[in-house]
Write a protein that binds this ligand. Structure first.
Ligand SMILES: [Cu+2]
Length: 259
């Protein structure tokens, strides 16, 4: 079942004070992003907020943009409740980081991976597919040929149930043109499991079921996994000016939306 989401569209130009950057897109939930201009109603069960900021053409404004790409997505549980956000960033040198901010998670140690399809339908999130493994190696840092590019360290949640940490993700990029990109045809999803990853069992690290999920990038239209519902830009009520290209939204509004 689709949830109605409030999604805001803004370009990097808004973040950077009005300088127009072609090829930028930012879809952000109002509470989770500084990039808010024009609001549109969108229906999507998994991508609750997403923002991609391409700052390559915006060197004029120095303040906020040491990042080449930034994607902010909501993390949902098996009941589609938002537990926090996952922010993927890539700096100008190509280093990708993930900042996780979660609340209300049961304390424990959980396997965490990037999976190879940008779908995450509750309650099982099985449609996220297998681990993101573009180089076709074994799972885990303790396997002979691993790890998968999508293998991440276990997430440790303390007694207060909050997570506030940033990890580095080597060997991937957010650049759609780059090698091992998370922003490819089929998209990608962050999955947090119910058990710890042992870093060696094949092919999943014996990490159990899928507890939390965040679609990082949805499948593109030429993906076998693409559906209208999986497309964060395809919505009856969307008012965004997405006509130019499917990936580009250029807005020059600097008004905060009340909706
Ligand atoms: Cu996984």
């Amino acid at each position: 079942m689709s949830l109605k989401k409030l999604v805001s569209l803004a370009s990097a130009s808004l973040l950077l004070g009005g300088f127009v950057s072609y090829g930028s897109i930012a879809l952000a939930q109002e509470a989770s992003s500084e990039a808010i201009s024009e609001s549109v109603e969108m229906t999507d069960s998994a991508v609750e907020s997403e923002s991609v900021v391409d700052s390559e053409s915006t060197d004029e404004s120095a303040t906020d943009e040491e990042y080449a790409f930034e994607v902010v997505v909501d993390v949902i549980n098996n009941e589609e409740e938002v537990m926090g956000t996952a922010t993927f960033r890539e700096d100008q040198a190509g280093l990708v980081t993930l900042e996780l901010e979660l609340e209300g998670v049961e304390p424990g140690e959980y396997g965490m991976h990037i999976h190879e399809v940008g779908l995450a339908t509750a309650p099982t999130f099985e449609d996220a597919g297998a681990h993101f493994n573009p180089t076709d190696v074994e799972h885990g840092t303790e396997s002979e040929t691993g790890p998968h590019a999508g293998d991440l360290p276990n997430l440790v949640v303390g007694e207060d149930g909050t997570v506030n940490e940033t990890i580095e993700i080597p060997d991937v990029t957010l650049d759609p043109e780059g090698e091992n990109t998370l922003n490819g045809t089929d998209g990608t999803t962050l999955i947090i499991h119910t058990q710890a990853d042992d870093y060696v069992s094949q092919p999943t690290g014996d990490a159990g079921d899928r507890m939390l999920a965040a679609v990082i990038f949805a499948p593109l239209e030429d993906s076998e996994f693409y559906t209208e519902e999986s497309d964060p830009e395809s919505s009856d009520s969307a008012e965004a000016s997405t006509e130019e290209t499917t990936e580009s939204v250029v807005e020059e509004s600097s008004e905060e939306s009340a909706e």
